[in-house]
Design a protein around this ligand. Structure first.
Ligand code: FE
Length: 338
């Protein structure tokens, strides 16, 4: 082969390799569920697009995307909290997803108004109580937890936890920071012990008689009720669930959600995956396996979630919690919520 031809061939090969879109998508995920991975495998089978997954703590992933800058291989960031997606957008790490499908099936409340992120599933932050020690009619709102009759009886995890921070941001949005602080101080006063453990540990502590009432995300109760461990199932059967603020603003809803990274190199594939995860099939798998509420409109709840009944959701658009997220940390601090 002459030198000219081989150089030409090289140029053609280089051109092809530069213009052929790589058929993959890279996910950084703060969620750790088998159902997610099952869906990623099925997406690959259906589309031929390879899914590369890195799982870690959400704040670590956000820092990693920051440090990697424009060279970041991440296309999508998945978190288990709206507050973290808001923070990622504010740090300039995301870009809008242009998708008529996302706009049409995800309620506005649960996605960024410009498409920087969208919810994937919903979870309610509810009150769980011991069925023989508590009359559920005595607690109908988050505000009721401030009543002195609950002194020494409330179990809740630390203020470092994102679920509590986003809940607090919603309380600040509803009541203002002064009243939110008064509420938080009263809850601290009513705590059965200083905050420790995760949501499931709070439910277990109720049954171990360390306290009577806990603040917990719904799917943790679902996971306990369906646990392969008999003792965990037993724990879940001893407690009841209250959806707070049904006579007012509704129960606080957080999301697991997904954002397209600012420097995504596989944008089309990424949006295609998001659309797949919001489709009826994937929504069904996520809610059936993880006991989360489907976020896409028109998707039926699995039978198990129906047993807890319908409830009124706090309808504040989650992106509007943005100015209150920082403030939530200050409020927790001033209230002495560790
Ligand atoms: Fe969780």
């Amino acid at each position: 082969m002459s030198q000219k031809i081989s150089i030409l061939l090289l140029i053609v090969l280089l051109f092809v390799s530069c213009t052929t879109p790589s058929s993959e998508v890279n996910i950084y995920s703060g969620r750790h569920y088998q159902a997610d991975e099952k869906l990623f495998r099925e997406f690959t089978q259906q589309t031929g697009i390879k899914v590369n997954l890195i799982k870690a703590d959400t704040d670590q992933l956000i820092n990693r995307i920051k440090m990697e800058g424009s060279g970041s291989p991440a296309d999508l960031l998945i978190t288990a909290d709206a507050g973290r997606l808001i923070a990622a957008r504010e740090a300039g790490l995301l870009q809008p997803m242009e998708s008529a499908l996302i706009d049409s099936i995800v309620p506005k409340t649960y996605r960024d108004p410009l498409g920087y992120w969208t919810g994937l599933t919903k979870r309610a932050r509810v009150i769980v109580y011991h069925q023989s020690r508590i009359n559920p009619d005595d607690i109908t709102s988050y505000e009721d937890l401030a009543h002195e009759r609950w002194k020494g009886r409330i179990l809740v995890r630390s203020s470092q936890n994102h679920y509590n921070q986003t809940l607090m941001a919603s309380i600040i949005a509803a009541l203002g920071s002064d009243k939110a602080e008064t509420w938080a101080s009263a809850v601290v006063n009513n705590m059965a012990r200083s905050p420790r453990g995760n949501d499931r540990d709070q439910v277990k502590a109720i049954v171990a008689n360390e306290g009577d009432i806990a603040i917990v995300n719904t799917y943790y109760l679902g996971l306990l009720l369906h646990s392969p461990n008999e003792a965990e199932r037993q724990v879940a059967h001893e407690v009841g669930i209250i959806f707070p603020n049904q006579d007012g603003r509704g129960t606080h809803i957080n999301i697991s959600g997904i954002g397209l990274t600012a420097h995504s190199k596989n944008k089309k594939n990424a949006i295609r995956l998001v659309e797949f995860l919001l489709g009826d099939y994937a929504q069904g798998i996520l809610s059936e396996n993880n006991h989360e509420y489907p976020i896409s409109m028109g998707v039926e709840w699995p039978e198990f979630l129906k047993t807890w009944g319908m409830f009124i959701e706090d309808t504040i658009a989650l992106d509007r919690l943005s100015p209150h997220l920082q403030e939530s940390m200050f409020v927790f601090n001033r209230a002495g919520w560790q």
